[in-house]
Design a protein around this ligand. Sequence first.
Ligand SMILES: *Cc1c(COP(=O)(O)O)cnc(C)c1O
Length: 471
Amino acid sequence: MNNDDFRQWSRRAADWGADYRNTLRGRPVRPRVKPGDILGSIEASPPEAAEPMDAIFADFEQKIVPGMTHWQHPRFFAYFPANAAPVSVVAEYLVSAMAAQCMLWQTSPAATELETRTVDWMRQALGLPDGFSGVIQDSASSATLAAVLTMRERALNWQGNKKGLAGQPRLRIYSSDQVHTSIDRAIWVSGIGEDNLVRIPVAGRFRTMDTAALEAAIVADRQAGMLPAGIVACVGGTSTGGTDDITGVAAVAERHGLYLHVDAAWAGSAMICPEYRHFWAGVEKADSIVFNPHKWLGAQFDCSIQFLRDPESHVKTLAIKPDYLKTHGHDGIINYSEWSVPLGRRFRALKLWFLLRAHGLENLRNMIRNHVAWSESLAARLAMEPDFEIVSEPMLSLFSFRHLAASSGVDPDEHNLRLVNAINDDGRIYLTQTRVDGRVAIRFQAGQFETTAADVDAAFDVVTEIARGLA
Ligand SMILES: *Cc1c(COP(=O)(O)O)cnc(C)c1O
């Protein structure tokens, strides 16, 4: 492709993107495809000869797009949002055109320094105290892995990377059972082992970790000769928004010298609104906090910020160059690859910079406030219907519910799985299910940039209509 063609096809792609956004409302949120449909439509062997772009683009439109789930659809109420505000897409386009590697300051000075600045903008926007620094990771999973590795190295007096875990005391990490599966995987990958992830019981509306039980577990483990290393707390767990008492957990971490990582991957975006910050009160005592601007805030995937109270132990764990610490930060140079597991890094700060400037915090706050209010009113409407029950009350914009089958002969779990499948096959809205205390519940969250109050009303209509049709 020469540069004239590059210009022409880039324009075509931009037109396509705007048309796509304009026509989203009319598309089914989840595609009507069966496993293997798309695979079977793609040539089994790679082309030997060059093909014209017209043919490639036509196949994209005909074969790929109809097989996509539309995450930018205004009636996407499944999982958590993965918003890509158009302005962040524009920034991503520019980043793609430059395709720079941002591993060292000198491989991308502007990317490095803009990362430092935008992370600090977000620190201020979230109300975190001065002194927290941070890094943009690809995902919360990576940030959590980095935090668990830091817990491990700190507890082993920085010997794990060098000597491995053989012959070391048994490391222990603590969390509730409401944390994301990325915590389990961090425990596996770090070599600590699933059996050493100690699950602390939860209680209350927000399924909050019992801090007395947490402390008792740490004390018992230490008496048994094991090595408590860290705690992973969550604010806004994936299933029902489980939220720990960060003040209480941080006090336990401090008393026992444990590293505290807070996973607020989804809910962190809402902390730009001061009125929601009570959900993570005490967070300034955490050592590490992760939140994903690529979820609710609208930065095109991927963009996950890990804030660090003191980056020293983090960098000491991940930096390959042992003399690095001597200079880090002091000569004004940060090499962010020393703050993450992968070496190569994309330029992720640009989309955040474009996004924050083009929207302004006040507009982003209003959007999040609307999502929370609409979600609460939908939960209240469903609660008033005699054949629906709310399983978990709203945590920000997330709640879960269940439909009560008309006949007692029907298994309630199977009935609700049938319901969520029927809703998603219908295509007007998209929801996902979870299990709460072992029983199936249907999750709802509002968080898409284009969602309106009318879209949330449509969700009520679709859910009640399809549930009653099944009966
Ligand atoms: C989405 C989510 C994650 C995983 O985020 P990735 O960036 O996809 O790794 C982890 N924890 C919570 C609470 C989440 O909502």
